[in-house]
Design a protein around this ligand. Structure first.
Ligand SMILES: Cc1cc2nc3c(=O)[nH]c(=O)nc-3n(C[C@H](O)[C@H](O)[C@H](O)COP(=O)(O)O)c2cc1C
Length: 348
């Protein structure tokens, strides 16, 4: 088994969940700065089919952008059902310096899973196995240690199926298995089945004692994370929505103030603008089709999704949010926040 950086980490492990259009390089940079250094970061999921071809790669490359100096450990998450493309995409991620590669076997989005990828793989375990083997081939480093290949999945497709699906994965020699405790059919509509985690841990003990199990679903605080780990025996916790607007989530010694949150909102918006809305200086007229050109772009509306999470839970937050939603760039966001803080001071 190739455990790579996972072996160097102490348990319990804490990880920021991969979330499309949320955990991009801008958002993750804040976690790298404000959460403990061993917090494991994950990229948004990225299509292996796209990565394996020149044109497709230019369209998705921004999802794999990361700051090598600041973001570590970091795992690139890819998805697909074509082993050849998975191998190529894994190799590319390893060459770029990611600490590990994770295969998404849980996303329930119809268009993707009905094409046989992500949670679609729960229905085709043989193909899932082939993609894991392909990723392991792609993760080989010449003259160095191979990169670890992990899987993030759900507990079944239509029905909970621990022996059939989780048991199957546990036999595939994975250093880490992240389990989102819902079936594909359940989407995010029911509470995560934490009551099943002890059974998963027992299966792991029997089938794959070296595989670390990370539990995922509905965790809202570090306190809750620790309770779940001590109740179930899992090795780590991955947090998604609970960490929106809170890059201090994994820091148990610090509770951010409203001022902290607003300062970070501004910092986040500037980072987002720099990463996704600003053209690199070296750009020439032909770079429209390259990763560093036109496809650098994300839409400012994506950034706006974060505003509610930061500006929340204090007097005047609703009015502040309404003004933030009218902003079109980072400077305007900065002005709205500064105006809000000034008026608070004047009225106190
Ligand atoms: C906006 C959004 C985007 C997501 N994108 C991904 C993704 O790219 N890859 C993935 O494995 N899961 C993705 N997920 C699922 C999360 O990683 C996580 O499994 C799920 O939200 C449950 O954890 P939570 O309750 O802590 O949020 C996404 C979830 C959300 C809300």
């Amino acid at each position: 088994m190739i455990a790579g950086f996972w072996e160097q980490l102490d348990t319990p492990i804490f990880a920021l969940a991969p979330m499309e259009d949320v955990t991009d390089v801008a958002f993750r940079t804040l976690f790298a700065k404000y959460s403990p250094p061993e917090t494991v970061l994950w990229t948004e999921f990225t299509s292996a089919d796209a990565l394996a071809h020149d044109f497709g790669r230019t369209r998705v490359d921004h999802r794999l952008r990361f700051d090598r100096e600041k973001e570590s450990p970091i795992v690139a998450q890819i998805f697909g059902s074509n082993p050849e493309n998975i191998e190529i995409a894994t190799r590319l991620c390893v060459e770029r310096g990611f600490d590990g590669v994770d295969l998404n076997m849980g996303c329930p989005v119809k268009k993707i899973e009905s094409a046989g990828s992500c949670s679609g793989l729960i229905r085709t375990p043989d193909i899932a196995k082939e993609t894991i083997e392909a990723a392991k081939r792609g993760a080989k480093r010449l003259g160095g240690l191979d990169a670890p290949v992990s899987v993030k999945t759900r507990i079944g497709y239509n029905e909970i199926d621990l022996p059939g699906w989780i048991g199957f994965l546990l036999k595939l020699d994975l250093p880490v298995l992240t389990v989102h405790l819902r079936t594909k059919k359940e989407m995010s509509d029911v509470p995560a089945h934490w009551e099943l985690m002890s059974e998963i841990v027992q299966m792991r003990d029997a089938l794959a004692p070296k595989t670390l199990i990370i539990g995922n679903g509905d965790i809202q605080s570090m306190e809750e994370a620790r309770v779940k780990m001590s109740e179930t025996g899992c090795d780590g916790i991955m947090v998604g929505r609970g960490a929106f607007g809170n890059p201090w989530f994994f820091d148990e010694c610090y509770t951010p103030t409203m001022q902290d949150k607003l300062r970070v909102l501004v910092e986040h918006t500037h980072l987002f603008e720099k990463e996704f809305l600003t053209q690199p200086e070296s750009r020439n007229n032909h770079s429209k089709d390259t990763a560093e050109g036109w496809h650098r772009m994300k839409n400012f509306a994506i950034m706006k999704k974060h505003f509610k999470a930061y500006a929340n839970g204090f007097d005047g937050a609703a009015g502040l949010r309404a003004n933030l939603m009218k902003a079109d760039n980072a400077l305007q966001v900065e002005e709205v926040v500064a105006h809000f803080l000034r008026s608070l001071k004047e009225n106190s």
